[in-house]
Design a protein around this ligand. Structure first.
Ligand code: 5GP
Length: 298
């Protein structure tokens, strides 16, 4: 009925608001792809699952240039090779176009899959502020069968932190001795400031007893463990989106602006390392992510 319809100008305002919101969501998704928070294949999957979603509404050229290493020249060559018109949206691709685009992405940027025969030594790493510590603490509190490694550090304790529970708080001389005596499986200076290291002995003992061990360490440490224990299971924790990572970093409010900018740059570099890992877990919900990690050791 005519009187039940909303006046046209209200419709127009609502439609233009929706268009602005949709553009924002597409821009956020492009940031996710360009910072590698999600793979291009993941965006394609989301577009296929729901063609009316922001992913589905994204035009193919926009999608392609969001991928690191694709500029405008490459974008146009790819569109021509795959016979995709520039006006096409991801959700509107034909089956053949979608398959060929998918195959092209898989050839150029294969999605990592776990190496075979992983051990019960789980290494959890991920970009700054992704919430590794919270997820690891959840695993400790809800999966008592898993041994959470306690690191040594030269950082002073924060309020509420307990020596021997959160960290072994040691001074520089004591840390040097741990290194010299070979007591650490890995160690690194994090954020150019304090040193952190994983005591070797408790890990060996727990593994020998058949337990799963979880290390929550930085990327440099994860790489060292991969060298020292090549069968370790490497898990990379991802934020649900780049914007979410940025707001977690800012929201924490414990660093000044310069430090925050530096950590964001570091996070970008860290995200680019995810292909070195066996598994990627999205920290969209702490309990869910922790349970997924706990299940990885089999
Ligand atoms: P925080 O000082 O906030 O507790 O931790 C800072 C960073 O140090 C986090 O990224 C954490 O993963 C990392 N970290 C904690 N323990 C270790 C460790 O034993 N080895 C390495 N390499 N990094 C660690």
């Amino acid at each position: 009925m005519a009187e039940s319809r909303r006046p046209p100008e209200v419709d127009r305002v609502a439609a233009s608001r929706r268009a602005v919101a949709a553009r924002r969501e597409r821009a956020a998704l492009k940031r996710d792809v360009s910072t590698r928070v999600i793979t291009p294949q993941e965006l394609l999957r989301r577009a296929q699952a729901d063609p009316a979603s922001p992913a589905g509404a994204m035009r193919v050229p926009e999608f392609l240039t969001a991928i690191p290493a694709i500029g405008e020249g490459k974008r146009d060559r790819i569109l021509a090779d795959l016979a995709i018109a520039p006006v096409k949206r991801l959700g509107g691709l034909g089956a053949r176009q979608r398959r060929e685009l998918r195959e092209f992405l898989d050839r150029r940027w294969p999605e990592p899959s776990p190496r075979p025969n992983r051990s019960r030594l789980l290494v959890l790493a991920g970009p700054t502020a992704v919430g590794k510590g919270t997820v690891a603490a959840y695993v400790r509190d809800h999966h008592p069968e898993i041994h959470l490694s306690v690191s040594a550090t030269t950082r002073p304790p924060r309020p509420g932190e307990v020596d021997g529970e959160h960290y072994y708080f040691v001074d520089d001389a004591a840390f040097d001795r741990l290194i010299e005596t070979g007591a650490l499986l890995e160690h690194a200076t994090v954020h150019n400031k304090y040193r952190y290291g994983t005591p070797r002995e408790p890990i060996d003992a727990a593994l020998k007893a058949g337990r799963t061990v979880l290390l929550e360490i930085d990327l440099q440490g994860a790489r060292q463990v991969r060298e020292a224990a090549p069968d370790a299971t490497l898990v990379f924790l991802l934020p649900p989106s780049w914007d979410e990572l940025v707001s977690r970093l800012v929201g924490r409010g414990t660093e000044d602006a310069e430090e925050r900018a530096r950590r964001l740059r570091t996070a970008r570099v860290e995200l680019a390392a995810q292909n070195e890992f066996d598994y990627r877990v999205v920290n969209d919900d702490v309990a869910r992510a922790a349970d997924e990690i706990a299940a990885l050791a089999g």
